[in-house]
Design a protein around this ligand. Structure first.
Ligand SMILES: [Zn+2]
Length: 269
């Protein structure tokens, strides 16, 4: 079987909890790199100190990047978790991203990598990309679908040079976004989120995760897996993630990498 490159991205990091320690320990035990996306306003001093210790001990296995500023905004009196959606003006987005970056630089110091940005809820627009480019980020990581309608829609959107089309985001996965400064490297497997036909949330077993991974590798030669460590809060859920990771690690056609390995080459741009 052809080789599949696998990378991990874990979101919503900020508080030092047992599920976060479990997640860090699990992937380090298997020697698997992971990009942890930190929400500046969630990050407390104890967690920052722990992340810095982890980075010093395993510099090639843990990467700490920025995930918004507050992970929410107020839109017409409602709390929306998509911090950079709903047409926020460019200056406003840039100010929030710069403020978050400054906070992480202060709290994480050398453990913070300011190259990758993950927009909360994978929602962003052309103003977000412009702000990220102006602030010197090089990669945006969001989500991607591989079903044929999504592929056709992305293809059309890219041909038109659009960031959004008909209200939905166009993926430029492993390509440069239209403003040419940022590359997109997105995840395709969500380790936890699943809903049944009636919209009820389901918990994925290790077998469900493996099926998702197999489906993704049929259309991609590199598969990004998104986790939310806080979802691994019970022994059963931790066992499911461990068993999936063990199966990946035992597969001779899987090679682990980090998200930056999937950037398109700058020279080719
Ligand atoms: Zn998030």
């Amino acid at each position: 079987m052809a080789e599949t490159l696998v990378f991990f991205r874990d979101d919503d990091v900020g508080e030092l909890t047992d599920p976060l320690r479990f997640h860090l320990d699990l992937l380090i035990e298997f020697g698997i790199p992971c990009h942890y996306q930190v929400v500046p306003s969630y990050l407390d001093a104890a967690c920052a100190a722990e992340l810095r210790r982890r980075k010093a001990a395993h510099p090639d296995l843990v990467h700490f990047n920025q995930h918004g500023l507050h992970h929410e905004q107020i839109v017409e009196g409602r709390v929306e978790y998509a911090e950079f959606a709903f047409g926020r003006p460019y200056e406003d987005q840039k100010k929030a991203i710069a403020e978050g970056r400054e906070q992480l630089s202060q709290q994480l110091a050398e453990a913070f990598s300011s190259d990758v940005f993950t927009p909360p809820c994978h929602k962003y627009d052309a103003a977000t990309l412009r702000a990220l480019g102006d602030l010197g980020f090089s990669v945006i990581s969001a989500g991607l679908r591989t079903d044929w309608p999504a592929r056709a829609y992305y293809g059309l959107g890219r041909a038109l040079g659009r960031v959004e089309l008909l209200g939905k985001r166009v993926s430029y996965h492993r390509r440069f976004t239209p403003d040419a400064r940022l590359a997109e490297v997105s995840v395709v497997v969500d380790a936890h989120e699943d809903v049944d036909g009636r919209g009820v949330r389901l918990e994925k077993t290790a077998d469900d995760l493996w099926s998702d991974f197999e489906a993704a590798r049929r259309s991609l030669d590199a598969v990004g897996i998104m986790t939310h460590h806080q979802a691994c809060e019970t022994p059963a859920k931790q066992a499911a993630l461990r068993s999936f990771v063990e199966r990946l690690a035992a597969d001779p056609s899987v090679r682990f990498g980090d998200l930056l390995d999937l950037q398109p080459s700058r020279a080719a741009a």
